[in-house]
Design a protein around this ligand. Structure first.
Ligand code: MG
Length: 291
């Protein structure tokens, strides 16, 4: 099942779709967070109102416009990305990495596909993209072994871990450079785990203005999804609605020679097999998101 947060005739709803074309409004849940807390068995009540996802009176929002907590992110979790990050700034990115790097990405509002990524050009001179598989927790996880991790996953989405590289390196901690307003586009939907066979191995790609920049597969994660959940849940409760961004492969702008940072008007497409495409345009002017 594909779960959407969408606006239909100016009212936000949670909706479910089998085919990504026609979605059924689930009136029992006011928000996706509520659905994740209560759980959903994949059934669609008989009298549910149907909407066409491509129709002009339907706007697809981020599946979780207001995450309950910051996004938990993995840093340097594809080997080829480790190399390019080090070549951009050796001091900031060259480290021994026997264990996964976790950091937090603050998100007040996550925008969906079709919305704008603001440049923050008054403080950011090096805007970058990072396509990542987002894992959505559906069942509380505490001290969960890797072998049981799948049981705690609700599904998967696409996260663009937008980054201001100058702030990320200047402030030493990555938190600020990863957390500006509009730096967490997500979507277009959450695909439930039963659509995949076990832990999914999915092609992951980024296009900027149609040029392929990133291309890998989630099987290349250094720390895989079950291991991430086992490591974190050993001491942290992961509650339903928790979003884990699993890291990005090589091909980001800072890894190019010269760096290919994002500019006003650029179109970024984050694509993951079996989930879809998250499409956002970069915009120099300030933007007020409407949710
Ligand atoms: Mg990232």
């Amino acid at each position: 099942m594909r779960y959407y947060t969408l606006k239909h005739k100016d009212v936000a709803h949670v909706a479910a779709s089998k085919d990504g074309k026609r979605a059924y409004i689930l009136r029992a849940y006011r928000t996706m967070n509520m659905l994740l807390l209560k759980g959903h068995d994949g059934s669609i009540p008989g009298l549910s109102e149907a909407v066409e996802l491509g129709s002009p009176d339907v706007e697809i929002l981020s599946p979780i416009p207001h995450p309950r907590q910051d996004v938990i992110c993995l840093g340097i979790n594809y080997a080829d990305h480790a190399k390019e990050a080090e070549s951009f700034n050796k001091d900031a990115f060259s480290k021994e990495r026997p264990d996964p790097i976790f950091f937090s990405k603050r998100v007040d509002y996550s925008q969906g596909t079709g919305n704008i990524i603001p440049m923050h050009e008054d403080i950011c001179d090096s805007l970058d993209y990072e396509t990542e598989l987002g894992v959505i927790i559906g069942k509380e996880a505490y001290q969960v072994k890797a072998s049981e991790a799948l049981d705690h996953i609700f599904g998967y989405t696409i996260v663009n871990d937008v980054s201001a590289r100058n702030l990320q390196t200047k402030h030493k901690q990555w938190y600020f450079g990863k957390s500006l307003d509009g730096f967490t586009p997500m979507g277009p939907c959450i695909v439930s785990k039963d659509e995949f066979d076990g832990i999914p191995e999915l092609d992951i790609k980024t296009y900027v203005n149609g040029d392929l920049r990133q291309s890998s597969n989630t099987r290349n994660l250094i720390t895989d999804i079950p291991e991430i959940i086992e490591t974190l849940s050993a001491g942290m409760t992961l509650s339903p609605g928790t979003i884990i961004a699993t890291g990005t492969p090589s091909g980001v702008a800072m890894g190019m020679d010269p760096p290919g940072f994002l500019e006003d008007g650029d179109e970024v497409i984050c694509e993951i097999e079996g989930i879809g495409r998250l499409v956002n345009k970069v915009c120099a002017s300030d933007v007020e998101y409407e949710d």
